[in-house]
Design a protein around this ligand. Structure first.
Ligand code: F6R
Length: 254
């Protein structure tokens, strides 16, 4: 395991493989929940967090982590999809994680991507998050194009929860999960970069060689809306990146 602290304040921990680095992120979550049982937090969807979900669910089953009082806000979903839709990210998150642990349904806020007035619903979701005190801990994945949640390239640091256009790259990345690709919406609802930057702690989990180029760009290139993940560096010491060796293979940190 390798730990590095950058002079911008953020830290990166590199571990051998996906499972090992996921266990380290699970440790961070367990520590936070033990210290503050009612933390406001979030997890990403996608392939990256799957081992993390398994580790957290196993620890919860052994009563090592008690999620009873945590407050959960989801990050993003395809526009127009109800959680009961098989392609909904919120529905997937419920099946893959939330329903496997003792998170209380009343404490779960799912992004209202299926609301008939999405712009207004997004503003209410943002206001709800603010009312709950904002994120204590936000755990994120990164897209191959540098997106964070569905904040695609071009997303500014000031953005808040809103409806966004998905890029062709993101739609392609997501297509593998869709039974019927032609039904995939071109838009999504996502929390914004500002919601993330205001978090007291930001954890970015990055695994696999397919993310090596974008991780190097995000951490060693300019801080720019062209690579939204680079904007996370503005959080300084509140940002901790956890990468496996494959994802970190193109990093040259000095
Ligand atoms: C999903 C999300 C996305 C993913 C990213 C990586 O809720 O917010 O930003 O984290 O697209 O996805 P995977 O892990 O499938 O490579």
């Amino acid at each position: 395991m390798l730990e590095f602290k950058h002079n911008e304040g953020w830290a990166i921990t590199i571990a051998t493989d996906h499972r090992t680095v996921s266990a380290l992120v699970a440790d961070v979550i367990a520590e936070q929940v033990a210290a503050t049982p009612n933390i406001v937090w979030s997890l990403p969807t996608g392939s990256t967090p799957i081992p993390l979900f398994d580790i957290l669910a196993a620890r919860a089953a052994r009563e090592e982590i008690d999620f009873r009082n945590v407050v959960f806000f989801s990050l993003d979903d395809y526009l127009g999809l109800h959680p009961s839709d098989p392609n909904s990210l919120s529905g997937w998150l419920q099946r893959e994680f939330l329903n496997r642990v003792n998170v209380q349904p009343a404490n779960v806020h799912l992004i209202p991507a299926d609301d008939p007035i999405p712009g207004e619903a997004a503003r209410h979701y943002d206001a709800d998050l603010t009312r709950c005190g904002g994120f204590d801990l936000v755990v994120l994945g990164i897209g191959e194009n540098g997106h964070i949640a569905f904040n695609e390239p071009g997303s500014e640091a000031s953005t808040r929860t809103r409806v966004v256009e998905m890029t062709p790259e993101t739609r392609e990345q997501a297509a593998g999960y869709w039974n019927d690709q032609f039904r995939m919406p071109g838009q999504a609802m996502t929390i914004g970069m500002a919601n993330i930057l205001e978090a007291r702690q930001i954890v970015l989990l990055v695994t696999g060689s397919v993310k090596a180029t974008v991780l190097a760009e995000a951490l060693t290139g300019d801080i720019s809306h062209h690579v939204p993940a680079s904007i996370l560096r503005l959080a300084g010491a509140r940002l901790h990146i956890f990468a496996d060796a494959s994802a970190a293979s193109q990093l040259n940190l000095n």
